[in-house]
Design a protein around this ligand. Structure first.
Ligand SMILES: O=c1nc[nH]c2c1ncn2[C@H]1C[C@H](O)[C@@H](COP(=O)(O)OP(=O)(O)OP(=O)(O)O)O1
Ligand SMILES: [Mg+2]
Length: 198
């Protein structure tokens, strides 16, 4: 069984990554479980750059195979914001609730058909020899007018998926993983690893 360290401090991501990879022969180790407590500055200007920055930093420290997830929400009415700033656009210490509230306020009075948005997830994998790759998954939807549902994390309560007529926070986790940006990116990652016999 191959082990990966996941270079994230986000518990919601760790949970989802473990659930999605449970059908594959990969064991997911959190930074906590390998004794690393580090805030890595996301200085890149794309999801790809930031995912690689996080994975490279933990690979440099451990020498192990490391994967990182850089993700966020692109809102059409805001020309793609908050994008790579999704975690920090309401301040470094803002709660998920505060971020959702801020985004809903920015879209006050914007009609439903102009509230299109997508979740984006880029996974970077860095190998012990320093080689790397990235894969990307997206999930299309709309920003709802009010939060609904208690599953998931982050922006899930306000991300409405018309095909299922519910937010990703109202979905059972298996359903979210089938259609989510993270589910898609991780399945592409597995394909890429298998091509390399990993
Ligand atoms: O499935 C999702 N459902 C809801 N919200 C989501 C999802 N996926 C990402 N998001 C939000 C959370 C965070 O506000 C931002 C990611 O920011 P991002 O920098 O990649 O993650 P983070 O700072 O929380 O943890 P870390 O950098 O340690 O991996 O997008
Ligand atoms: Mg982050």
């Amino acid at each position: 069984m191959k082990k990966f360290i996941v270079a994230t401090k986000n518990k919601g991501k760790i949970n989802e990554i473990s659930e999605i990879l449970k059908d594959f022969p990969y064991e997911v180790l959190s930074m906590e479980s390998v004794g690393i407590n580090l805030d890595i500055e996301e200085t890149g200007s794309t999801f790809e750059e930031n995912a690689l920055i996080k994975a490279r930093e933990i690979n440099r420290i451990t020498g192990e195979i490391v994967m990182a997830d850089d993700s966020g929400l692109e809102v059409d009415f805001l020309n793609g914001a908050p994008g790579i700033y999704s975690a920090r656009f309401a301040g470094e210490n803002a709660t998920d609730e505060e971020k959702n509230k801020k985004l809903l306020n920015m879209l006050n009075d914007v009609p439903f058909d102009k509230r299109g948005a997508r979740f984006v997830c880029v996974i970077a994998v860095v190998f012990p020899d320093g080689t790397s790759f990235t894969v990307k998954g997206t999930c299309e939807g709309y920003i709802s007018h009010e939060p609904k549902g208690a599953n998931g994390f982050g922006y899930d309560p306000i991300f409405y998926v018309p095909e299922y007529q519910m937010t990703t926070a109202q979905m059972a986790s298996e359903m979210k993983h089938m259609i989510s940006h993270r589910g898609k990116a991780l399945r592409l990652m597995v394909n890429e690893l298998q091509k390399r016999y990993i």
